[in-house]
Design a protein around this ligand. Structure first.
Ligand code: HEM
Ligand code: SF4
Ligand code: SF4
Length: 510
């Protein structure tokens, strides 16, 4: 079996087109598709806050649960009712962003190599969130709860782990006891703790994880849910009665879609489906694919001063500082953790020794990508620059995951595509502008707020604005540098921007 390679597939193109439209509506900073994981956290916290409030008034017991939820909903509609609706809608929204997040990472191919860790730890989150959500639907003990409880027990009965049929325990009102309500109430409060624990593990290998969406996005999302809560409040569907089979009930398709499926398929088939999907997701990162990760970063101790810039810039916690092992007078040295490295090259761009202003032809940097050594980049750049002719000669640096800059190459334009734009040490820009008389340097890469390797676009902007090490030196003529962020769906805009930059350079030359 082969993992589908969607790198430049129609799914990826469609995703980029959709994100482009949302960027126009909301701006890159507030594009919800760039903040799906962070929105997941946001909805989780809304669930916690509203859930704590609801627990304050919820009563556990066959005769108590339904009236207590009715009290919250109707007597306290202005607060309790709103909290109940927020709880319901945040739960639905959590599933929506989780599924979109999974699909997006899949379409972008961000589940292979070192990223397997975040991918695989996402799978228990799906199970936990669904378990908690379904459990939540039992709590009001209305007709929907009755339907969902009985259907779940019948489904669980298929598993050979319970001694007697569980569904038998729920067939009559008499055998249902208060212990059952204490149990569901306890589990509904406990499972979210496991969700939180797995969320922590999920982002353990990610530096600077984005767990909070932009404030405006949070406000917008909360307002939308509040309006929904007032316009269409979450209501119960009449008290449960085990003597009467519930009919014509409305179900929440985000959580309970599995139950109508149980009407058509056998319990065993539905188990096979959900376990099968989970196993498939679990093995996906290791299925053979055309994706080839270039060799991971390597430290060359002789040129490492232990400055820690690479540790600060690595987006995947893949470089750590350790006590010096080679007797040099520095206290620490950089060490790459190969299992965590996604081969983005950002560390090579952050190392002060990755400068082209060095005399040896085959010099080495403190940290390098073995397949793309910094001295090789310099040689390739010099070779390309030497061939440029005409006026407004430009060196374009870009990213393998963004717009294909190879198509920009012309007599006056040289191009160099890197695994990530942030692999470019700013000193290369100075070098190209000063030593080799190129008229301008054009920097491009993934769309703003959407770096494929995370952080690369931001680090590049900060280095060029002299706000982050290694800085672009103040003497560099900023008028001869242009940044423009573009995905493969923005190629026309990229070409126009490059032409406008070259026109400016021509004007400056006159
Ligand atoms: C509601 C549950 C989930 C939440 C709240 C969540 C949240 C997050 C967050 C905050 C990040 C870091 C994003 C960043 O800073 O770039 C992340 C990364 C990631 N998530 Fe999730 N996640 C959830 C479920 C899942 C699931 C179900 C999967 C797939 C099975 C998944 C796959 C991934 C992957 C592969 C990454 C790493 C992306 C990269 O390396 O750039 N997540 N998640
Ligand atoms: S290439 Fe460097 S920056 Fe990128 S993940 Fe590996 S160690 Fe980190
Ligand atoms: S950036 Fe370079 S010099 Fe600094 S710690 Fe990393 S490898 Fe060593």
């Amino acid at each position: 079996m082969t993992a589908p390679d969607l790198t430049e597939s129609s799914a990826r193109k469609a995703l980029l087109r959709l994100e482009g439209i949302l960027n126009k509506i909301f701006g890159n900073d507030l594009n919800p598709l760039y903040y799906l994981g962070a929105l997941g956290f946001c909805f989780f916290w809304v669930l916690v806050v509203s859930g704590v409030y609801l627990y304050g008034f919820y009563r556990t017991g066959i005769e108590l649960s339904y009236p207590s939820v009715e009290y919250i909903t109707n007597e306290q509609w202005y607060l309790g009712g709103v909290m109940r609706s927020l709880h319901r809608y945040a739960a639905d929204a959590l599933v929506v962003v989780m599924v979109l997040h999974l699909l997006r990472e899949f379409i972008l191919g961000r589940y292979r190599g070192a990223r397997w860790f975040s991918w695989v730890t996402g799978i228990p989150l799906i199970w936990l969130i669904y378990t908690s959500g379904i459990n939540g639907y039992w709590m009001p003990w209305d007709k929907l709860a009755q339907y969902a409880t009985v259907a779940t027990m019948e489904w669980l009965d298929w598993l050979p782990i319970f001694s007697g049929p569980l569904s038998q325990s729920f067939i009559s009102q008499e055998v249902l006891n208060d212990r059952f309500f204490s149990l569901i109430s306890f589990s509904h409060a406990t499972i979210p703790l496991f969700v939180l624990f797995f969320l922590w593990i999920h982002i353990l290998r990610i530096s600077y994880p984005v767990v909070n969406p932009r404030r405006k996005l949070v406000v917008g999302v909360l307002l939308a849910m509040l309006v929904l809560a007032l316009v269409k409040p979450a209501l119960s569907q009449g008290p449960a009665d085990m003597g009467i089979e519930p009919r014509n009930i409305g179900i929440d398709w985000f959580y309970l879609f599995i139950y109508p499926l149980l009407d058509v398929w056998s319990a065993g088939q539905v188990w096979a489906l959900v376990i099968g999907i989970s196993l498939l997701l679990g093995v996906l990162p290791w299925l053979p694919s055309r994706f080839k990760q270039i060799p991971v970063a390597e430290v060359n101790l002789k040129y490492c001063s232990g400055c820690g810039f690479c540790v600060a810039d690595c987006p995947y916690e893949a470089v750590v500082m350790k006590p010096r092992s080679d007797g040099m007078h520095f206290t620490e040295e950089a060490v790459v953790v190969p299992d965590r490295c996604v081969s983005c090259g950002i560390c090579a761009g952050s190392c002060p020794s990755s400068t082209p202003f060095r005399s040896e032809a085959n010099y080495v940097s403190g940290i390098e990508m073995p397949s793309l050594p910094i001295s090789g980049l310099r040689a390739a750049m010099m070779n390309d620059l030497a061939k440029l002719t005409g006026d407004a000669r430009v060196m374009v640096f870009g990213c393998d995951n963004a717009a294909d800059i190879g198509k920009l190459r012309s007599a006056g334009v040289a191009v160099m595509s890197l695994p990530c734009t942030a692999m470019l040490p700013p000193s290369f820009i100075e070098y190209a502008l000063r030593e080799h008389q190129v008229d301008g340097v054009f920097i491009t890469g993934c769309r703003e707020s959407d770096c494929y390797h995370r952080m690369g676009g931001l680090w590049t902007e900060q280095r060029l604005a002299a706000k982050r090490e290694p800085r672009l030196r103040g003497r560099t003529e900023h008028g001869r540098i242009r940044q423009f962020w573009a995905s493969s769906a923005d190629f026309r805009g990229l070409t126009q921007e490059l032409e406008s930059f070259r026109a400016t350079l021509r004007d400056q030359a006159e």
